[in-house]
Ligand binder design. Structure first.
Ligand SMILES: Nc1ncnc2c1ncn2[C@@H]1O[C@H](COP(=O)(O)OP(=O)(O)OP(=O)(O)O)[C@@H](O)[C@H]1O
Ligand SMILES: [Mg+2]
Length: 274
């Protein structure tokens, strides 16, 4: 099943968050969308999942235009997602957090392309999923009581439990330490399947470079560059978008040197656009 954005734009009042963006994704691959803060990455995820309407253009899943559909219908069609900020049900158990994914109408905006099934079958699937994501030991714990790293893993599990063909992951490694990030990368890589497209938004470049088949770089809502990790790593425009031009970098270095001489420099602010 293929997902395509055709000339999609998104305006928030006078702000153009996404401008004429065309991208297509097919099952069988891991895609990463990267770009500086505010580039429009989450907006793309939110438009595909139906959390944001598109201002113009079309988003298609196979032959179906998703634009006008409510998000629970998009979920039913097979689009699952995680959120940039955790959205677990803290007062429910880990197991229950998976079970709710089978009721997208009851939890609009959540996940799933799930078929209808009985409770026993549903529970068996959820328990197998917990095993897969190394969460079986906390199945009956409240999600809110888990350490943050395991909450992120639970959020990931929720996006996969219904076997949706399109899975959108918005910053699964945000806030994780080095070891947790490596575990998360290995887990996501292991979830690649011929009948599934994984679309990853992520700032951790080690993760992105190591597991992506294609990387799409956004800058100010436009596609800056698209290609293999190797191509993107060496692309000059990408380096500029992240780090500034050579001249800007020189200026920053000079500033850093003079501040250091005064004993005052603490941060590398300016290297990341906010
Ligand atoms: N609901 C909204 N209302 C108004 N402006 C928004 C809204 N959502 C996003 N924006 C704006 O759209 C632009 C793109 O935001 P978006 O969240 O998609 O960026 P991002 O690439 O995900 O950034 P980050 O890496 O910080 O998560 C930003 O300028 C942001 O302020
Ligand atoms: Mg974002």
């Amino acid at each position: 099943m293929a997902l395509a954005l055709e000339n999609v734009s998104k305006h928030f009042g006078s702000l153009v968050a996404i401008k004429n963006l065309s991208l297509s994704f097919d099952v069988g691959s891991i895609y990463s969308i990267i770009g500086p803060n505010g580039a429009g990455k989450s907006t793309v995820v939110n438009m595909i999942a139906g959390s944001y309407s598109v201002t113009s253009g079309t988003i298609r899943l196979g032959n179906t235009a998703l634009n006008k559909l409510p998000k629970h219908r998009i979920a039913r069609l097979g689009v699952a997602r995680t959120y940039q900020n955790l959205r677990l049900f803290d007062a429910m158990t880990v197991l229950e957090n998976l079970e709710v994914c089978f009721f997208p109408q009851a939890w609009p905006g959540l996940l799933t392309g799930a078929k209808r099934m009985g409770k026993a079958e549903r529970l068996a699937i959820c328990r197998a999923c917990l095993e897969r994501f190394h969460l079986s030991d906390v199945a009956e714990s409240l999600a809110g009581d888990l350490p943050y790293g395991r909450q992120k893993m639970l959020e990931l599990a929720r996006a996969f439990v219904t076997e949706a063909p399109i899975v959108l992951l918005d910053e699964p490694a945000a806030g994780l330490n080095h070891t947790e990030t490596k575990d998360m990368a290995a887990m996501i890589a292991s979830l690649k399947r011929a009948d599934r497209a994984i679309i990853l938004v992520e700032h951790d470049m080690d993760m992105v470079m190591s597991i992506s088949d294609r990387i799409d770089v956004l800058n100010y809502g436009e596609l800056l560059c698209s290609g293999t990790p190797e191509l993107v790593r060496t692309n000059e425009k990408v380096q500029e978008a992240y780090l500034g031009t050579t001249e800007e970098l020189d200026d920053i270095r000079k500033l850093a040197q003079s501040r250091r001489a005064q004993g005052g420099l603490r941060t590398n602010a300016g290297l990341v656009r906010h």
